[in-house]
Design a protein around this ligand. Structure first.
Ligand SMILES: Cc1cc2nc3c(=O)[nH]c(=O)nc-3n(C[C@H](O)[C@H](O)[C@H](O)COP(=O)(O)OP(=O)(O)OC[C@H]3O[C@@H](n4cnc5c(N)ncnc54)[C@H](O)[C@@H]3O)c2cc1C
Length: 553
């Protein structure tokens, strides 16, 4: 595979040579380093690279160039390589222009000249950007290939699993690619199951379950011990927050995740309100960073393993996995979050995975390039989804039950949607039905006030209509409220009385459930503020409460 390219442009030869030298010394092994003396020359080079189907990972430009300023050049370059990371070299006086370009051209970073020492000021920033680029780029490479049809729900679920676990793969649609169809037919033999996954070592898997797929791609699925100080169920922001603090503070910690670490946050195309990321961060990147950090600090993470139920024999808690395995611990953190509610309208169930998707389904967005798609829902997640799909699809129609977006969506997203020409928002609306033979083709929706029904053609529909707690696993063990969320701490005390069955002198601590030593953190907890930052924060607090609890047993 050809090395991806980093190209820098500056009209001052001294600066250009300096950046080129630094780039070569640190990135030359993995990237091809190119330079140009003006924006015009660089654009010509980019056009040529595009023709030759090369990948450009990073564009670096000096802001002050007489013929074409850095920002103008970067803006033009987006049209050629939209996914390349963009860095502007600035003098102190250019700071305002640079900050403005964060919005206008989605600048990834501005770097003040000079950048000495490069080990501190240049390399770490560029390494972060390049690893983000890598994580979000599907290279033309000889790695994992997933072959199936766009309309097969199992093909969608395999792609989704790989993407959410940040495993690169190449998608081959056998309705379009005849070579791939022949390979699939050979591999399938008698079975007609899809997808077929081809691995670089020559192995194939046909419509595997998540655990077999996880094992094959190198994710850990088996626990190394039967007993832990702390087991965390759920690998979203709350679970990962608990994992980082649990493992770094010396607890033997295991995290069990049924699908992919990152949870709901991992499906977000861009999280703009998480502290420390002024330009926002993709959920996938945040999930990768947090997962790597937890593992580095000593947490064991099992992926594609689902906890079915728990048993308690104080002070021990046993976690029973779906396939029958049991693991025991002294303290348990439930961080199982929420799942998107199902939309109950005729046709939806039958077409799920074949044009109808729950949540952001980022993997599918490119398949609906230049098509009309619908987003159902009016909260932040729906807004983020619509903004992401708007990059690919020709038109996005958002169907919102409420009378406006203001009650359910943050103002920054309302503004972004208002400025996005290819998004239309229709309020006071409900989905009546969807139709299609094998794949989604038509939607009928109605105005809630007038009852007027409209039928429209569409290629895909993404549903974001609220959330239900993932708490079946604690059924009969831990008290849940009527909506299925887990009350903790003071919420368990009614009329000054301790919860039923609570035999201790102390009251349950802030995140403790009505079973001593079982804690709940994140969206699954009654009254939780459903945000990434609060989930991470409560995950961390849960560990401090676990320490207090462990001193008592
Ligand atoms: C599309 C989208 C965009 C969002 N954007 C933002 C944003 O911009 N800013 C913001 O602050 N918040 C945002 N949110 C909300 C934020 O992501 C959530 O509040 C946060 O992820 C909650 O974290 P959590 O760990 O409590 O739960 P979750 O993220 O729901 O994670 C729970 C995890 O537990 C796993 N699990 C469930 N049951 C089991 C089981 N039985 N066994 C093993 N594992 C299990 C699930 O697979 C999941 O990975 C967004 C949410 C969505 C859906």
């Amino acid at each position: 595979m050809a090395k991806p390219i980093i190209i820098s442009v500056d009209d001052e030869p001294q600066v250009l040579n300096a950046i080129n030298r630094d780039l070569l010394s640190n990135f030359g092994r993995d990237y091809r380093i190119l330079k140009a003396g003006s924006g015009k020359d660089a654009l010509e080079i980019l056009q040529d690279l595009k023709k030759r189907n090369m990948s450009v990972a990073l564009l670096i430009a000096d802001q002050r160039m007489p013929e074409m300023e850095g920002t103008e050049y970067l803006e033009k370059s987006i049209a050629i390589f939209p996914n390349a990371k963009k860095v502007l070299l600035t003098a102190y006086a250019d700071t305002n222009a640079a900050i403005m370009s964060i919005n206008t051209i989605e600048l990834d970073y501005y770097l003040m000249k000079p950048w000495d020492p490069p080990e501190e000021k240049l390399f770490p920033v560029l390494e972060d950007l390049l690893s983000d680029w890598m994580a979000n780029t599907i290279p033309t490479y000889d790695g994992i290939r997933v072959a199936g049809t766009l309309w097969s729900a199992s093909s969608h679920s395999v792609k989704d699993f790989l993407a959410r676990n940040r495993i690169p793969y190449q998608w081959q649609d056998i309705e379009i690619d005849s070579e791939a169809r022949k390979r699939v037919e050979q591999a399938q033999g008698e079975s007609k199951l899809l997808p077929v996954i081809f691995f670089p070592d020559g192995d194939t898997l046909i419509n595997p379950n998540n655990k077999s797929l996880a094992e094959k791609v190198g994710l850990k699925t088996e626990a190394s011990a039967p007993f832990y100080d702390l087991i965390i169920i759920g690998g979203g922001p709350a679970g990962l927050g608990a994992a980082v603090y649990g493992a770094s503070e010396g607890l033997k910690t295991l995290l069990i995740e049924k699908e992919a670490t990152g949870g709901q946050a991992g499906t977000s195309s861009r999280i703009e309100n998480y502290l420390g990321f002024p330009k926002g961060i993709s959920g996938s990147d945040l999930a990768k960073r947090a997962t790597d950090q937890s593992i580095r600090l000593g947490c064991e993470i099992l992926t594609a393993r689902e906890v079915d139920r728990i048993m308690v024999d104080q002070p021990y808690k046993t976690v029973c996995l779906k396939d029958g395995e049991e693991l025991t611990c002294k303290a348990l953190v439930i961080a199982t979050g929420v799942t998107l509610k199902e939309l109950h309208a005729p046709g939806v169930k039958e077409l799920t995975g074949s044009g109808v998707y729950y949540g952001a389904a980022l993997t599918e967005a490119q398949n609906y390039k230049d098509k009309h798609v619908f987003v159902i829902g009016g909260a932040n997640s729906a807004g983020q989804g619509a903004m992401y799909f708007a990059r690919y699809s020709s038109k996005i129609t958002m169907l919102v039950r409420g009378s406006s977006l203001t009650k359910s969506m943050s103002q920054y997203l309302i503004d972004q949607i208002g400025n996005q020409e290819n998004i239309e928002v229709i309020t006071n609306t409900e989905v009546v039905k969807v139709e299609g033979e094998n794949k989604l083709e038509k939607i009928t929706y109605a105005n809630k006030e007038t009852g007027e029904e409209i039928t429209a053609d569409l290629a895909a529909m993404y549903i974001f209509i609220g959330a239900a707690a993932h708490t079946k696993l604690v059924d009969g063990i831990v008290t849940r409220n009527q909506a299925g969320f887990i009350p903790t701490g003071q919420d368990l005390i009614h009329d000054g009385k301790m919860p039923k069955g609570w035999n201790l002198q102390r009251i349950p601590s802030l995140l403790e459930t009505d079973v001593p030593g079982i804690f709940a953190a994140g969206d699954v907890r009654q009254g939780a503020v459903r945000r990434v930052a609060s989930a991470v924060g409560y995950g961390a607090i849960a560990v401090s409460l676990v320490h207090q609890y462990l001193k008592t047993v």
